[in-house]
Design a protein. Structure first.
Length: 164
């Protein structure tokens, strides 16, 4: 298990923290909770362990009722050359000790963090992403982060990057 304190001690920088991001983005919480509570919709989270972003939800993450997942790897690509995407908004990450690659967004907790750490999203840097794995209403939804597990939404909780 990767410990956050070890990452910081070894030079990683925290560039994204979901809990801090949500403090100033209540509309994102409201939208997710509204979809969860809509019994006529198959979209959204099940909400079995609390509504997204609620104190109950965070407590269930802390006590292990909501599963978490960590991926570490190396940034091997940015979408700089893709004419259909805004430059440097998606990374390609080669996962450590695996043959597969995943795609991830270039995200920051806030504008101050983005200004300070924007330069860390570059090819060759190490990245560690902590996910919250919450259950979707749609049981057959696939994702590339946790292959083979349907009906799970990997929500980015924290991202740490280290310059190499």
């Amino acid at each position: 298990m990767i410990k956050e304190s070890n990452l910081i001690e070894s030079g990683y920088k925290l560039v994204y923290n979901l809990k801090e991001y949500l403090l100033v983005n209540q509309d994102w919480i409201d939208g997710a909770q509204e979809v969860t509570l809509d019994q006529n919709s198959t979209a959204g989270l099940k909400g079995n362990y609390g509504l997204f972003g609620s104190d109950e939800w965070w407590e269930n993450i802390e006590n292990g009722n909501i599963e978490t997942y960590v991926i570490s790897g190396t940034i091997i690509g940015l979408n700089e050359e893709n004419p259909f995407m805004e430059a440097n908004k998606v990374t390609t990450v080669k996962i450590d000790n695996e043959e597969r690659e995943i795609y991830g967004g270039v995200v920051f907790t806030n504008e101050e963090i983005e200004i300070r750490y924007r330069n860390l999203y570059k090819v060759g840097n190490k990245i560690v992403t902590f996910y919250v794995l919450d259950e979707l209403k749609e049981d057959d939804t696939w994702n590339d982060v946790i292959e083979g597990r349907l009906g799970i939404l990997p929500l980015i909780n924290k991202i740490y990057i280290k310059e190499f």
